[in-house]
Write a protein that binds this ligand. Sequence first.
Ligand SMILES: N[C@@H](CCC(=O)N[C@@H](CS)C(=O)NCC(=O)O)C(=O)O
Length: 174
Amino acid sequence: MEERITLYQFPRPKINLSFFCMKVEVFMRMTSIPYEIKEILNPGQAPQGKLPYIIHQGQKIPDSSHIIDYLSSHFSLTLDNHLTQEQLAIGHAVSIMLEERLRWCIVYSRWLDRRYWLSFKNIALNLVPVPIKTIFPILAIRNKRRIAATLNYNGIGKFSPEQIYTFGKKISIQ
Ligand SMILES: N[C@@H](CCC(=O)N[C@@H](CS)C(=O)NCC(=O)O)C(=O)O
């Protein structure tokens, strides 16, 4: 059976812009798991419509945390074995804080804050192939609407930009 993992993630400019894709790629590197990367633009082809996902032995596995649990179990990895139950619990709490709180502050700044949108737009525009560049403004508007709706539903979108960044700074690691 093929042990090599294929990691599907967004194209990476100089740095990886996706926290979740970066998390899995860093994990692969730290554990020296054999992997190859396929960069894709459309998360629509992922099992949950989100990136990253991996394919291993014909099986598609989505979600960064699930991927790490799956690989840890499949390859009997011992990366966290030295941690106490308390340390594991703190690590879990910090991950969720970053992924479910700080993430939305960053998503807000990239897509919905005019002050930062222009520079993020230029980075994103550089990543897409020529045919997509022409429809990029339409895709961007659609994505902005979707993100605004998500942030409103989440509640964080009800706050002013400065309040949102205050939330973000509070939980940033100084
Ligand atoms: N819980 C998922 C979150 C993945 C996620 O939100 N991925 C973002 C990129 S960082 C995505 O695919 N967004 C595209 C979209 O929602 O259309 C994980 O841990 O992998």
